[in-house]
Design a protein around this ligand. Structure first.
Ligand SMILES: Cc1ncc(COP(=O)(O)O)c(C=O)c1O
Length: 383
């Protein structure tokens, strides 16, 4: 069946006791064993090791990503940390320059002291990835697309390089979701999500996910998830599953809004740059068209001065100043001092993340209302 149908029916048919259509929240830490006791015979014993609500979500995630095994974690960072813990001490990673700040911090502050080193390159260039390769490179870690300039990576090309050189391709697919792109089908080994964003979709829960096809990687991740305990709670599993049911319609609506806003911003006299892959001038539009169903609903734009950027933030009324993305509400952030503040200033400058840039996560409100809000914010902010 098509993606839309499978998403809408997420979790249906899981309640063998009463045939409830909504997935029940099994809010329990423990499950009583049947008697006589047969070790290993009962499907559930202890919620850290497994819970039916979480299992329904994991089944859905694996299905929608076209992968074999999914693991739901208590946040995107917990999912990413578990993924990176599968790397051996001494290994080398090539990662997207300008990674989400906390992923960058995990690599630099937690993994580097354990002997795992990273090189940060523009992963929209296959040559840049190849030139950073060392004999210890064990993984290429890509955010597809990058944030906040929305540069794409050529996943099939990177996957074949990784395969040839026996490294893993790990893709943070938070911005496009399996509605927009399915990295495992393009050759990636591991997909990670901050399910806090589009998958859950309502800014009401933190959640993370890892999806893989390889049974041996799945076994490693299962051990990490169960032993370290950063599992998604039954209630948050329920909320994420409920969010996924409307993923396709939310993505379509949010993306249509983002396109309308990007085009409007491009024609505004106080706006100097607009970065949205759906626009014809975006350098990676062809790469998106080649591998993704759409462009997502995050965009960034530059105004004429840092002062004007701060004034826009002060003046928006409908669009909330909050550091996230992918929810039904539109949000605006200032990467310079918020999402990207722990990237050294020189590196931010090299990446084109400057102090006049604002990032918008476009929600599912009326595009006309969002444009009105931006119009009054920009007008009052001036140059
Ligand atoms: C691309 C990306 N990956 C990972 C994360 C971390 O996810 P979480 O906040 O759910 O831990 C974020 C959060 O903003 C993100 O934007």
């Amino acid at each position: 069946m098509d993606f839309e149908t499978r998403a809408a029916r997420a979790g249906v048919g899981w309640d063998s006791a009463y045939r409830s259509v909504a997935t029940p929240i099994y809010q329990t830490a423990i499950f009583e064993h049947q008697k006589p006791l047969v070790p290993g015979a009962d499907p559930y014993s202890y919620t850290r090791l497994g819970n039916p609500t979480r299992a329904a979500l994991e089944h859905t995630l694996a299905d929608l990503e076209g992968g074999g095994h999914a693991f739901a974690f208590s946040s995107g960072m917990a999912a990413i940390y578990a993924t990176l813990q599968t790397l051996r001490p001494g290994s080398h990673i090539i990662a997207t320059a300008g990674l989400y700040g906390h992923t960058f911090a995990v690599i630099q502050d937690i993994l580097a002291p354990l002997g795992i080193r990273a090189a940060y390159v523009d992963t929209s260039s296959v040559e840049a990835v190849l030139s950073a390769w060392t004999e210890k490179t064990a993984a290429v870690y890509v955010e597809m697309p990058s944030n906040p300039l929305l540069r794409a990576a050529d996943l099939p090309a990177l996957a074949s390089i990784c395969k040839e050189r026996k490294a893993r391709l790990i893709v943070d697919s938070t911005f496009l979701t399996p509605w927009g792109i399915r990295p495992l089908e393009l050759g990636a080994d591991i997909v990670v999500h901050s399910a806090t964003k589009y998958l859950a979709g309502h800014n009401d829960t933190l959640a993370g996910a890892v999806i893989v096809r390889s049974p041996s990687l799945a076994e490693e991740l299962a051990v990490l998830q169960r032993l370290t305990g950063s599992v998604l709670s039954p209630f948050d599993s329920f909320l994420t599953l409920r969010g996924i049911k409307t993923l396709a319609v939310r993505m379509e609506r949010a993306q249509a809004n983002a396109m309308a806003l990007a085009e409007w911003l491009r024609g505004h006299p106080l706006v100097e740059e607009v970065h949205y892959p759906g626009l014809a001038h975006h350098p990676d539009r062809p790469l998106f068209e080649k591998q993704a169903r759409g462009f997502g609903s995050v965009l960034s734009f530059a105004v004429k001065s840092p002062g004007a950027a701060l004034r826009v933030l002060e003046r928006t009324r409908l669009i909330l100043v909050a550091e996230s993305l992918g929810g039904v509400e539109s949000l605006i952030t200032y990467p310079w001092t918020q999402t990207h503040q722990n990237i050294p200033p020189a590196e931010r400058a090299r990446l084109g993340i400057h102090d006049r840039l604002l990032r918008l996560s476009v929600g599912i409100e009326s595009a006309a209302d969002l444009i009105d809000d931006l119009a009054q914010a920009l007008e009052g902010a001036g140059a």
